[in-house]
Design a protein around this ligand. Structure first.
Ligand code: DC
Length: 230
């Protein structure tokens, strides 16, 4: 159908660790909308490509993995994540959240063939009563006609600290300095790639959450969303 009749989309874009995941879950609770974690699709693609023993630079093969991803998102009853992620029938919820999986995701995400392969899959999440889409290019490329576009950011130092605390809570062994370096490298790769680089859409509302408690971030975003979504 035409975009007039399609379910509305709220796009939440921004760099890694800005709090998009928490904001997305909060908005999903308040609106009852569906959720797309597009980063998870890139993480799954990198993870599955490694399982298959592929070179992550082998674009046609990695794109074939992306097209054929056998994945299910199962709403979780408990735990740190809102969804359990099943790849080829195996629970990979935690395996795709490691820092290495993030780096691999960012690497395969720079391949135009992989982005094209994941395009249709992302569109399929657009279902009634509406969609909260979390990613890097939701408002600029995948859902250009999104009703609301938020670009959520924060300083690299603050994002590294948040990620550090998240991983610590999962008993993962990490160093703050290594995470900061990794976040800066990922920002550079995501922002400088030729296809769908990380940047705010022209019509995005930019929110810098550095120094804002999560509650305040939620309220700032709800103030924007509630104006147009009831
Ligand atoms: O949001 P995340 O950290 O799970 O995303 C992992 C990587 O996937 C991120 O570094 C870049 C890539 N990505 C992308 O290129 N486009 C998206 N819409 C979402 C993620």
């Amino acid at each position: 159908g035409t975009s007039m009749t399609e379910p509305v989309v709220i796009a939440i874009d921004g760099p890694s660790g800005a709090g998009k995941g928490a904001v997305t879950q909060h908005l999903a609770q308040r609106t009852g909308f569906q959720v797309l974690d597009s980063g998870a699709l890139y993480r799954l693609t990198g993870f599955a490509a490694r399982l298959d023993g592929l070179e992550l630079s082998d674009a046609p093969s990695v794109a074939a993995v992306a097209r054929g991803l056998n994945v299910r998102f199962v709403p979780a009853q408990s735990g740190h994540e809102p969804f359990e992620v099943m790849l080829r029938g195996v629970d990979v919820t935690d395996s795709i959240r490691t820092d290495q999986a993030g780096v691999d995701a960012s690497t395969v995400a720079a391949l135009p063939m992989v982005r094209a392969a994941l395009g249709d899959r992302q569109q399929a999440f657009r279902q009634a009563p509406g969609l909260i889409a979390d990613g890097r290019d939701m408002g600029t490329v995948v859902f250009k006609d999104a009703l609301v576009k938020i670009f959520l950011t924060a300083s690299a130092e603050i994002r590294a600290e948040r990620r550090y605390n998240q991983l610590k809570n999962k008993d993962m062994d990490v160093s703050l300095a290594a995470l900061l370096e990794s976040i800066q490298a990922r920002d550079a790769r995501d922002s400088n790639r030729a296809v769908a680089p990380l940047k705010p859409a022209e019509d995005a509302v930019v929110i810098d959450s550095s120094g804002m408690p999560l509650e305040a971030v939620h309220e700032a975003i709800w103030a924007v969303v509630s104006k147009v979504v009831t």
